[in-house]
Ligand binder design. Structure first.
Ligand code: COA
Length: 264
């Protein structure tokens, strides 16, 4: 892959695509060129049938992603117009993440703040080490967190904790994050890779179309009812029943063996 920056890494290990935010000296704060690279990486993973899921992580052991790179704000987000232009350029990468149809796991160690939490919330599961801290410092910068980000936060923790997190801008420790539903699992830093591998191993064995159907349906449920694409839900249901993998699934069950799914 030819990427515009080394601050974003894409690598494939078996059936797992890894995208790593790689600016550890700035706690993996995100910049425009990182989002441009993300688009290239995610398009490649999406088109590769051997890639069954995506793991997002930050380089080093101090931080997942500490939000957008504040040192670029003066130049690229100094007012509403400049911020809109920044959003336009970074939008393709962010959209590619939101549209990614295969399961996504956020492997969180250390700081997961602001835009970093938006990245983590774009994942289907968040697994974090017990030394992680999550939060939204927007109130400390006089930034309004976006509609989509707040909607996602509300869908995970409910409106009361969403306001608590946003208005106090306090950092949530891993165990509180687990209790309020912001993350799915908390493990020690030493066990983090193993915990993520449990998820990726299960995903690599499961039927891709069925997982896609679940992800799509939950996404539609979370939309306003007027925007909900019920036709897409019906269609993926039909595709699953007509798939080779459905035949393989029931045959393997009857033959008392593990199914081998191809995503067709
Ligand atoms: N943008 C730009 N630089 C960042 C950054 C960000 N979001 N987060 C961290 N950095 C930089 C720091 O400026 C510092 O750079 P320096 O070594 O040149 O001084 C370096 O990363 C290390 O950060 P530091 O604050 O010294 O480390 P820490 O471990 O004490 O604290 C954080 C880490 C993440 C808690 C703290 O840096 C922080 O609060 N960052 C801002 C988070 C934020 O507001 N994000 C939302 C942006 S919209």
């Amino acid at each position: 892959m030819d990427l515009p920056t080394e601050k974003m890494i894409g690598k494939k290990i078996g059936g797992v695509g890894h995208m790593i935010f790689n600016q550890p000296e700035k706690r993996n704060a995100t910049s425009l060129e990182m989002w441009q690279a993300a688009k290239i990486i995610l398009d490649d993973f999406a088109a590769d049938p051997n890639i069954r899921c995506l793991v997002l992580s930050g380089a080093g052991d101090k931080s997942f992603v500490a939000g957008a790179d504040i040192s670029q704000f003066e130049k690229s987000r100094s007012d509403a117009n400049a911020a809109a232009e920044y959003e336009r350029i970074s939008a393709e990468g962010k959209q590619a993440l939101n549209d990614f149809s295969k399961p996504i796991i956020a492997k969180i160690q250390g700081f997961c703040l602001g835009g970093g939490l938006v990245v983590a919330m774009a994942a289907d599961f968040r697994i974090c080490s017990d030394d992680s801290q999550l939060g939204v410092p927007a109130a400390r910068l006089s930034i309004a967190y976006s509609y989509d980000a707040i909607r996602r936060l509300c869908s995970l923790v409910g409106p009361s904790y969403a306001k608590d997190i946003l208005i106090t801008a306090r950092r949530i420790q891993a165990n509180e994050a687990l209790r309020i539903g912001l993350v799915n699992r908390v493990v020690t830093a030493a066990d983090l890779d193993m915990a993520v591998a449990e998820y990726t191993d299960a995903i690599e064995e499961n039927a891709p179309l069925s997982m896609h159907a679940s992800k799509l349906t939950v996404t539609e449920i979370l939309k306003d009812s007027k925007d909900r694409d019920m036709a897409a839900i019906d269609e993926i249901g039909r595709i699953c029943f007509d798939s080779n993998d459905f035949k393989e699934g029931r045959t393997a069950f009857m033959e008392k063996r593990k199914p081998v799914f191809t995503g067709t």
